[in-house]
Design a binder for this molecule. Structure first.
Ligand code: ATP
Ligand code: MG
Length: 565
């Protein structure tokens, strides 16, 4: 990300509208927003944009934001999803106005309004089968045809709708439709269905209903009931706005909410569709909705993202009406930025190689005090123990140094016959390499220089500084390295190819033999660290008393941007 991008003030056109409304005392200067998820899956990073916009806008203008479950589709919804959504919003740090609301709480009112439309001659029960209804509807270039049931009398419609409600008809046998205009250029106005029969119990209303309002009939009216002043939704609902306005004009609603549409958040290398995310869970590609590779809020949380980083990211991307794909690198930059400031430092060796300090006594134990954070003294100090048997990163050793073409390519780690500093402790020199029968390096025999504690060595220069842990004093852990779930920037881009064809087979690499410095013993789930030279990490709930499980949140630098240059 360039400096300009991170410092430029992002646009939020909604805030401009609200400021004008407050100035003009529209809605008496009040701001009431709502976040209306359908409980048919877990929330993803796209929803975070909507959450930050709705709750954040209310916060900013001293208004309130309701949480309303748009639960008109009982077949696909569940309490599990409701619970997860509630906990995600709380975790992001937002508080809703009053109780949690449900569209289903308004089913009686919505039913009464449907009856009202029938009485006004503005709705009718239609017996066309779904296939016939589709045929009658026409298409973008052809107007629709009136349903043969369109001219049923008010009395007949009232009686049929009542019988629909009483469960006298099979699913699909008939439906209630608004009587608007079958030749309207906007297809949403071609006598849309407003109630359908569904013999399915509902997670909130149980067996009370076997007819359910269509989302389009419920949404605007629910906003009206809650006296929402600014109904914010994504651009795909722009074409539905004339229909919502028609309902509001033709019903005795207590308020007239106004809808504003903004562009959806789309991220490259990511899918943000609950349906597709559910597919990844159902087919076992990922372990669960909160698998740390998932772009769900709960997945990001488990991966180690902080609420702050997600809120900052949503601020950075702004709110506009133009569709643009955001680079996932920006989300990663947001968490790096936050953790750089807040995460204590620690050392963890992810692929250990044994080092024996031959000039140190067996049983010798020495503790070094290191700052927990290089800039923030308030995080205090940590104690790191050194013994004769150490572990270093396999990739930090090479037998023969490569010939460097320039000083940037100079080998900065350990090599046979060379010296390196152990971070925060002594300088060691490698004198001998021990190999197994396959020629694999299994141990390094080194000596340490007792005069190099906080001092430069005399007469020779170490190659660089590497991280390390004591074999005896370190804490066993399984490190899970995550990478992007897709190898293709736009996994959805080709309609001929299933998005699952682009899965990254290396999105998860498990390192079962990692060891972290002693201070991590008993670290709480969700504790976050910067493992020096390795990246940012977070303790996973799979941890046990014998072994920590640690997720890599993000690398220290954006390795993808580099690889693509
Ligand atoms: P999906 O397509 O992922 O299933 P949805 O739009 O059906 O999402 P809802 O539960 O209806 O999911 O969404 C709740 C709110 O979040 C809506 O107001 C919706 O517009 C908004 N929202 C959903 N996805 C995004 C996104 N990618 N960017 C911004 N807002 C979004
Ligand atoms: Mg939806």
């Amino acid at each position: 990300m360039s400096k300009n991008e991170s410092t430029a003030k992002p646009t939020n056109f909604i805030h401009q509208i609200i400021e004008a409304d407050i100035e003009n005392q529209t809605h008496q200067g009040k701001v009431v927003t709502r976040f209306p998820p359908e409980p048919n899956g877990y929330l993803h990073i796209g929803h975070a944009k909507s959450i930050c916009l709705n709750f954040g806008t209310a916060e900013k203008y001293n208004g309130v934001c309701n949480l309303r479950f748009d639960d008109t589709n009982p077949e696909k919804e569940s309490q599990e999803y409701i619970d997860s959504i509630v906990s995600d919003i709380e975790w992001l740090g937002y508080t809703w106005n009053g109780d949690i609301r449900y569209t289903s709480l308004y089913f009686d009112q919505l039913y009464a309004w449907a009856v009202h439309l029938i009485k006004e001659g503005k709705a009718y029960v239609c017996d066309l089968s779904p296939e016939q209804a589709r045929e009658y509807r026409g298409n973008f270039s052809e107007p629709g045809k009136n349903s043969p049931y369109r001219d049923r009398s008010v009395e007949e419609n009232l009686a049929l709708f009542e019988r629909m409600k009483n469960g006298e008809f099979a699913e699909g046998a008939c439906a209630l439709r608004a009587k608007i205009d079958m030749s309207a250029p906007n297809m949403n106005l071609r006598d849309p269905m407003i109630y359908r029969i569904l013999h399915v119990p509902h997670h909130q209303t149980g067996d009370k209903w076997c007819i359910y309002p269509i989302y389009d009939f419920a949404h605007g009216q629910s906003d009206a009931i809650e006296e929402i002043t600014h109904s914010l939704c994504t651009l795909e609902f722009e074409d539905h706005r004339p229909l919502y306005d028609w309902f509001i004009e033709n019903l005795p609603v207590p308020a007239t909410p106004k809808q504003y549409e903004f562009s959806r958040l789309e991220l490259n290398y990511t899918v943000t569709s609950k349906r597709k995310l559910k597919q990844l869970v159902d087919n076992g590609t990922v372990s669960s909705w909160n698998d740390p590779r998932m772009p769900t809020i709960s997945g990001l949380r488990r991966r180690g993202y902080t609420p702050n980083s997600i809120r900052n990211f949503c601020d950075m991307i702004g709110v506009t009406r133009s569709n643009a794909v955001v680079d996932v690198g920006m989300l990663e930059a947001a968490i790096r930025d936050d953790l750089d400031k807040t995460a204590p430092r620690a050392m963890c060796v992810t692929r250990p190689l044994k080092v024996t300090l031959t000039n140190m006594d067996e049983g010798h134990e020495e503790w070094f005090e290191l700052p927990a954070h290089p800039k923030d003294e308030s995080l205090g100090v940590r104690r790191v123990g050194l013994t004769r048997n150490l572990l270093i990163e396999q990739e930090d050793f090479i037998e023969v140094k490569p010939v460097a073409k320039n000083k940037h390519e100079r080998w900065k780690r350990l090599a046979l016959g060379d010296a390196v500093r152990l971070r925060g402790a002594y300088v060691i020199t490698c004198n001998e390499v021990v190999k197994d029968s396959h020629g694999e390096i299994i141990e390094l025999l080194c000596t340490y220089d007792p005069d190099t504690k906080g001092e430069n060595p005399v007469g020779y220069k170490p190659n660089g500084v590497i991280h390390w842990v004591s074999d005896e004093l370190s804490v066993p852990c399984e490190v899970r390295l995550y990478d992007r779930l897709f190898t293709e920037a736009n996994p959805d881009g080709d309609k001929e190819v299933e998005f699952t064809e682009h899965l990254n087979s290396e999105s998860l690499v498990v390192l079962p033999n990692a060891r972290a410095e002693a201070g991590l013993r008993g670290a709480a789930v969700e504790s976050r660290y910067q493992f020096e030279r390795m990246g940012y990490f977070c303790v996973d709930p799979d941890s046990t008393s014998e072994q920590l499980v640690i997720n890599r949140t993000v690398t220290l630098r954006d390795s993808w941007a580099k690889a693509q240059k």
